[in-house]
Design a protein around this ligand. Structure first.
Ligand SMILES: *Cc1c(COP(=O)(O)O)cnc(C)c1O
Length: 476
C-alpha cells in the first residue's frame, strides 16, 4: 500500500465509514456503560510494531472504529459526572468533522480568512452571551488552562510594565517576584500557567476565611495596601462545590489598589446565560482578563477554550512581535490570531462554536444551563430523601457535593468508605463520578454538564452510589 498518494480514492470512503459508524454509536451512547469492561483487552490491539508497508486506509480505519467505539471512555454520553467534562452538541460535533474536512491553518488571515473571520464572529457572540463589553479583545485557545495562561501572560506584561520592563523583549531578569493573590478556590491550572510563565507556582498567596477556602476580602485589602502592583485571580466556579469568589468586590479592590484582575471562569462564566444564576458572575465585565472553556459547559468537542482581555492591545504585546521577516504585521481587520495567543499553527476551533451557537442560539444554551441546574437540584432532593446520603455544600450550579453516610461510623471510617465507593464506582462503570476532599471530608462531587443527561441518569447515579455503599459498608 504505502504512499498515501496511491490512496486518493479512499478518502471519501473512509469518511463514509466513520459516518456509518456514527449512527449506531450515538444511538447506543446513552445506554453504554461509561467504560466498557473489555476496554483493557482492546487497548492491546492498538499496539504492535511500526507498520512497514501499512494496511491501507480502509483496513486502518475499520480497525480504529472497531477498537475506538468500544475502548473509548464514553465520556460524551450522559453518565460521566467525573471532573467537569462536557459533551458535544449535534451541531458542534458535525462542525468538528467539517473542521477536519477543511483542515484550515487558522493562525494567519492569509492561510484562512474563513477561519479568522469565524473566530472574530464567535468571539463577538461569546462576549455578548457572557455580558462582556464588545471592546474586549479575545482569542480562542485549546483549553481553559491555555486561557488562564493567556490572561496571566497579559497580566505579567502589564505588571512588568509597571516596573519599567518590556517582558516580551527582556523577560523577568532583575524584576522582583510578581505578587499574586487568590482565594482557596484557585484552580491548579492557574498555578500551572504561573509556573510556565516563570513566575512560580507558589507565587499565589491564598487568603481564606474558612476551611472551604472562601476569600478573606479584608485580608486582601490589607495585603494590597503594601504589595505594590499585584495580580488577583478571581475564581468564577470552584470545582468542589461550585462556589464563586465575589467578583464585584475583587473588581473594587483591583480598582482601588491599581491591581490586575484575572477571572478563571472555565465553566462558571456560563452562569451569565441565565437570570437565575447571572448574579454569581456580577462584576466579571470589570475584570482585566477572563478565561473560559468551550469543551465544558458550551458542549463543543475537545479542544476548546477562550480568553478575553479588556485592553485588547495586551494580547498582541504579550504574544506578538517576534520580528520574523516572513510573518505579517498585526492588523485590526485581517486578524492573525497567532499574534494574540500562545499558539502558532492552530486548529480552526471557531467552527464548532459557530455551529452550536448558530444551531441553538443564546436561548438553547440558556435552556441547557438551567436544565443542568435543575438536574443538580433533583440530585439534591434524592440525597435529602436518602437516609444514607449527606449533602455537604449548597447547590448553586451543576456540582453536587455529598457523601455516603450510614449511621454509626467515625469520620475516619466514613472517609475510608467513600474512598472505596469511589474506586468501586469507576470499576463498575455504569456511572462515573470522582471523590475529592471537601472541608476535610472525602466526598463525591458529580458535575452535570452534558446536554444528553436526563432525570433517569441522575437517579441512577444516586442509586448506584447507595448500592455500592451498602455493599462495601458490610465488607470493610
Ligand atoms: C477545568 C478547569 C480549568 C482548566 O481547564 P482545561 O480546559 O482542563 O484546561 C481551569 N479552571 C477551572 C475552574 C476548571 O474547572
Amino acid at each position: 500500500m504505502g504512499d498515501p498518494l496511491n490512496a486518493r480514492e479512499d478518502a471519501a470512503e473512509a469518511l463514509g465509514m466513520v459516518a456509518r459508524a456514527a449512527g449506531p454509536y450515538l444511538d447506543a451512547l446513552p445506554h453504554l456503560p461509561v467504560r466498557d469492561a473489555t476496554h483493557a483487552h482492546l487497548l492491546k490491539d492498538l499496539d504492535g510494531p511500526l507498520p512497514e508497508a501499512g494496511d491501507g486506509t480502509i483496513a486502518a480505519i475499520a480497525d480504529l472504529l472497531r477498537i475506538g467505539t468500544r475502548a473509548a471512555t464514553h465520556s460524551s454520553g450522559p453518565r460521566f459526572f467525573h471532573y467537569v467534562v462536557g459533551g458535544a452538541t449535534p451541531a458542534a460535533q458535525a462542525a468538528d468533522w467539517v473542521t477536519s474536512l477543511l483542515d484550515q491553518a487558522s493562525g494567519l488571515w492569509l492561510t484562512s480568512p474563513f477561519a479568522a473571520q469565524a473566530e472574530t464572529v464567535v468571539l463577538r457572540w461569546l462576549k455578548e452571551m457572557f455580558g462582556l463589553p464588545a471592546s474586549h479583545g479575545g482569542v480562542l485557545t485549546p483549553s481553559a488552562t491555555f486561557a488562564n495562561l493567556t490572561g496571566l501572560a497579559c497580566a505579567r506584561f502589564w505588571w512588568a510594565g509597571q516596573h519599567g520592563v518590556d517582558v516580551t523583549v527582556d523577560g523577568l531578569v532583575g524584576l522582583p517576584r510578581m505578587p499574586v493573590f487568590s482565594s482557596g478556590y484557585v484552580h491548579p491550572s492557574s498555578r500551572k500557567a504561573l509556573q510556565l510563565l516563570g513566575l512560580g507556582r507558589d507565587s499565589v498567596r491564598t487568603l481564606t476565611r474558612d476551611d472551604a477556602g472562601r476569600l478573606d476580602v479584608d485580608a486582601l485589602d490589607r495585603e494590597l495596601a503594601s504589595s505594590g502592583p499585584a495580580v488577583l485571580i478571581g475564581n468564577a466556579g470552584e470545582v468542589n462545590g461550585g462556589d464563586y469568589d465575589p467578583l464585584d468586590e475583587l473588581a473594587d479592590l483591583a480598582e482601588r489598589h491599581g491591581a490586575w484582575l484575572h477571572v478563571d471562569g472555565a465553566f462558571g462564566l456560563f452562569a451569565a446565560l441565565s437570570p437565575r444564576t447571572a448574579d454569581l458572575v456580577r462584576g466579571v465585565d470589570r475584570a482585566d482578563s477572563v478565561a473560559a472553556d468551550g469543551h465544558k459547559w458550551l458542549n463543543v468537542p475537545y479542544e476548546s477554550g477562550v480568553a478575553f482581555v479588556k485592553d485588547r492591545s495586551f494580547l498582541g504585546r504579550a504574544f506578538g512581535g517576534w520580528n520574523a521577516p516572513y510573518l505579517p504585521e498585526p492588523d485590526e481587520e485581517f486578524v492573525n490570531y497567532n499574534n494574540l495567543g500562545p499558539e502558532s499553527s492552530r486548529r480552526a476551533r471557531a467552527i464548532p462554536i459557530w455551529a452550536t451557537l448558530r444551531a441553538y442560539g443564546r436561548e438553547g444554551h440558556r435552556a441547557m444551563v438551567e436544565r443542568h441546574q435543575d438536574l443538580a437540584l433533583r440530585l439534591g432532593r434524592r440525597i435529602a430523601e436518602a437516609p444514607d446520603l449527606e449533602l455537604l455544600a449548597p447547590i448553586n450550579l451543576f456540582i453536587v457535593c455529598f457523601r455516603y453516610r450510614p449511621p454509626g461510623l467515625s469520620e475516619e471510617a466514613l472517609d475510608d468508605l467513600n474512598r472505596r465507593i469511589g474506586e468501586e464506582l469507576i470499576e463498575d462503570g455504569r456511572v462515573y463520578a470522582g471523590t475529592t476532599v471537601y472541608r476535610g471530608m472525602v466526598a463525591f462531587r458529580p458535575a452535570i454538564v452534558n446536554w444528553r443527561t436526563t432525570d433517569e441518569d441522575i437517579d441512577l447515579l444516586a442509586s448506584v452510589i447507595r448500592e455500592l455503599g451498602a455493599r462495601l459498608d458490610r465488607t470493610p
